[in-house]
Design a protein around this ligand. Sequence first.
Ligand code: ZN
Length: 223
Amino acid sequence: MSEREPLRPLSTSQREALEEATAAYQGQLTADVARYLLGRGIEKQEADTYRLGVVSDPYPGHSKYRGMLAIPYLDKHGQALSIRFRCLEEHKCRDFWHGKYNTIEGEQARCFNIGAIFRAGDELHVTEGEFDAVILNKIGLPAVAFPGSDNFKSRHRRMLAGFSRIWVWGDPDDAGAKFTNKISRALRQAKGLRLRDGDVTDTYMAGGEQALLDILREGKPNQ
Ligand SMILES: [Zn+2]
């Protein structure tokens, strides 16, 4: 997919189908998956807000995502624009012809939690993982996610251009460094933060809100 490809708007029927599937999968969230989410700092309130669900009874075209966690990409009104599916099995996903994270075929690169762009003040936070963005929002830091540097496109640069500061929470690995570099090159107000002990979620689970606020403070030495 080209960096410059503009976003094609969804048709009304596509929107309706996504909305229906999202609502149905929300209703199929199991106690097991709720516990899994809780282990990542995501409580019922966040699961409801972000409309997380499980594909127990797949919609047409979704049968290969059966049993997976459904992570909808919502617009600023909470309506689904897309859904990503995360496998929850402890197996090698490639052996089962799917990825750990799966996107519907032909789906375009999107930004997770675009509502944060409208709610944020001068500063916005950017993560690689959807759940990392959920955690930052939970502690009062408005955040969006781009699932990997390939999903950050030039139209996203325009979308974020108005912020005076963009904090980038790349994972502490090579992919995370690539992610931080790509966004920092695209947006001069972007600044990478230095996570050390895992991603945002790992850091939150180990040290709570304070551990994340400490990392943010390190990024602001003069404030
Ligand atoms: Zn799998």
